[in-house]
Ligand binder design. Structure first.
Ligand code: GLN
Length: 478
């Protein structure tokens, strides 16, 4: 029977003829069928992935050179364009919309021999923390189906958690890769802003959005990142210097690590999570690393700044869905254009998306712009300069990923502000553009996993991944 440990050993087995891409795809197709109730996938490309597997098996067996992701079975979040495949951002607004081009990330995956097995459920237009804002319904956490998967990339997270693919892609605007990874007990990484092209990623907040990677190990995240990062003529915000060169040195070096006192002492943080991270810090110290607690006074400003800025960007980005050029079109009974737009947008978008468009339009409106948008930008600038200072002195920052373990299904609908506030530890990386990763080190007495978040300086993915590998190898607590 096929079994998957990591990309390296899978590819070794392929080259020794011990398994095949067909075996792998068949295995995952069966497992996806058995786990349909989790609702992780929107569409599964069964025929297509089998014929791609056959093609790759033939290619390898004929002695042709293989790509870095040869045979790797990948799932995509339903916001990443794959040519000639449906993409909807889990919204009625894009019902039956078919992408007519590949996102750059997909282009690169395919060029390096990956197999795309399907696209995954998510919160509508990537707005949410539970995957309950989806036209396809919510995604269940495979470890406890009464809990949410997290969001917005919940389907991609559960696809890896439940072993329905080898790795998956999500998008992270304010934590949507790291938070569901934390809730599901897997690795979820968001690279620095400008590392992976956003071409073909449906926009939410363009100055925050990054594609991120879910996997079971730091090594697998690294392999995927090596392939999909790099400059792109379609996205001028990609770091144009050179592609990330990830010659990682997975050895134990000594690190200088910061803990944010105000983050660790925050009233929203679960006691066991707090204790777990303090113990980790102690263990790191005992092993010769330096860990220092520092003040981070802006902690209470980061969630408001995030929601002002991202909703402002969303209100502009989502204005393209008017039912004329794109999107859901309600029957037209000869009304005027404004009524026509109102009906299309009113019926096409879900509640959370409409709320954010209105909020974003409000903070950009005359008379309120300076009070909200400009102020939030000032917070963002302050954060960036403080972050530079921090990384002049430290290699990495350790933070919780989320203040609690996975929420009870349905609980956040009753208290939407609580859901926003739970983004307290993840939005910092998006506001400042630094890379972040959630590592599944702990298990709570309530039975659910939780992670620790590692952050490093902008474009220092090398330290992020090396340190993360060390943590996962030596400090896992269950
Ligand atoms: N929970 C955050 C939000 O709802 C994160 C979204 C994201 O990263 N796409 O905005």
């Amino acid at each position: 029977m096929f079994s998957f440990q990591n990309i390296f050993s899978y590819q070794q087995q392929l080259s020794e003829g011990k398994t095949s891409c067909i075996d792998a795809v068949q295995f995952y197709l069966n497992k996806i069928k058995k786990n349909e109730r989790l609702n992780a996938f929107v569409e599964v490309y069964a025929e297509e992935s089998l014929s791609r597997a056959k093609f790759l098996d033939e290619k390898r067996n004929s002695g042709k050179s293989c790509g870095k992701l040869h045979g790797v079975v990948v799932a995509l979040k339903d916001v990443i364009c794959y040519k000639d495949h449906k993409i909807s951002a889990a919204s009625k607004m894009l019902e039956n919309f078919v992408s007519n081009y590949n996102s750059t990330a997909v282009e690169k995956l395919l060029a390096d021999d990956a197999i795309i097995i399907g696209n995954c459920n998510c919160d509508e237009f990537a707005m949410g923390s539970t995957n309950e804002n989806s036209v396809y319904g919510s995604v269940k956490n495979a470890l406890d189906e009464s809990k949410v998967s997290g969001g917005s990339s919940g389907g991609s997270a559960v696809a890896v958690q439940a072993g329905l693919c080898m790795v998956s892609l999500g998008s992270d605007t304010g934590g949507s890769v790291r938070q569901p990874a934390d809730f599901c007990g897997i690795v979820g990484m968001k690279p620095s802003y400008g590392t992976i092209s956003r071409h073909g990623l449906i926009a939410y907040g363009s100055s925050f959005d990054q594609i991120g990677i879910f996997a079971n190990s730091v090594q697998d995240v690294t392999k995927v990142l090596e392939v999909i990062n790099g400059k792109d003529e379609y996205d001028s915000t990609v770091n144009q210097q050179k592609s990330l060169n990830l010659n990682l040195d997975f050895q134990s070096k000594k690190y200088k690590i910061a803990l944010f006192r105000n983050a660790m002492e925050h009233q929203s943080l679960d006691n066991e999570i707090k204790k777990g991270i303090y113990e980790l810090a102690e263990n790191l110290k005992n092993d010769g690393n330096v860990v220092e607690e520092i003040n981070f006074d802006l902690i209470d400003y980061i969630v408001p700044a995030y929601y002002v800025l991202t909703t402002a960007e969303a209100s502009s980005n989502l204005s393209r869905y008017d039912g004329v050029r794109y999107g859901y079109r309600y029957e037209n009974n000869g009304e005027d254009l404004t009524t026509f737009y109102k009906k299309n947008r009113g019926k096409g978008f879900g509640k959370e998306v409409k709320k954010r468009i209105m909020l974003g339009t409000f903070v950009l409106s005359e008379g309120y712009y300076d009070a909200y948008f400009t102020k939030a930008q000032q917070v963002r600038n302050l954060l960036s300069s403080q972050t530079k200072e921090i990384f002049n002195n430290f290699d990495a920052v350790l933070l919780p990923t989320v203040p609690t373990t996975a929420f009870e299904a349905g609980s956040m609908n009753k208290d939407p502000i609580a859901a926003y506030l739970a983004d307290i530890y993840t939005v910092f990386a998006n506001l400042t553009g630094i890379p972040g990763i959630s590592l599944p080190l702990f298990r709570h007495s309530n039975g659910m996993p939780f992670g620790v978040q590692v952050l490093t300086n902008k474009h220092n993915e090398v330290t992020l991944l090396e340190f993360s590998d060390l943590l996962l190898k030596n400090y896992k607590r269950y």
